[in-house]
Design a protein around this ligand. Sequence first.
Ligand code: ATP
Ligand code: MG
Length: 240
Amino acid sequence: MLQINDIVTTYGAIEALRGVTLEANDGEITCLLGPNGAGKTTLMMTIAGVLHPREGSIRFNDESITNSSSSDIVKKGIALVPENRLVFPEMNVRDNLIAGAYSRLSKDKAVVHEDIDALYHRFPRLKEREKQLAGTLSGGEQQMLAVARALMSKPSLLLMDEPSLGLAPLVVEEVFQIIRELHQDGTSILLVEQNAHMALQVANRFCLLDQGQVTFSGKPGQLAENELIQRAYLGGKQAS
Ligand SMILES: Nc1ncnc2c1ncn2[C@@H]1O[C@H](COP(=O)(O)OP(=O)(O)OP(=O)(O)O)[C@@H](O)[C@H]1O
Ligand SMILES: [Mg+2]
């Protein structure tokens, strides 16, 4: 479904991705693990078209999206739930959801409102807080809103950048429950997670990124969890 081939993404002179190759398969949860600064967010933003790679190619459903704009990529079926759950703080919950559907708002406005009602079934707390400004929601509620907003574009591939970051354990459970449900409903997911233990419970495949390069990719169970966690967070170096 998604083929990333040897991409290099830079910030000025800094090479944040130094030849990344990986695949995400249709219907699967692919989990991306790696230490701080490994390039995980840069990779997500490059796939979403927020950043453009200097070299390499990205294909989605056998079509090149390497130089597509972020709005075209949303139209093709990829949505990003950004790191730090960037909701629009000065807009209420409902307007944040409407904003998530901007790629199809002009065509089917009525359907957009039906879709919001459908999402409220999955996220009842968002319905309760429909008129509340997003910036005043709790961290967990903002994460739910960030996921719900991304779903408004009806993605077939959802990119989730550290959705559990900074959330209490019970809320983390809720986030992972939503990830499982979306997967069961047929959405493919590329998930960046610091919580490797939780991530590996849902992942069909995982990939380690370190210093802008993929250092391992395989299926859960191919590496012992303690070795994997060590490599994911210490970048392959042995703890002293
Ligand atoms: N806007 C920017 N300008 C310059 N360098 C940047 C910028 N954004 C990221 N970088 C650098 O690119 C590298 C990769 O950063 P990135 O945010 O992709 O890492 P990450 O794996 O998502 O880390 P974390 O786990 O902390 O979120 C880092 O060295 C970072 O300092
Ligand atoms: Mg990041």
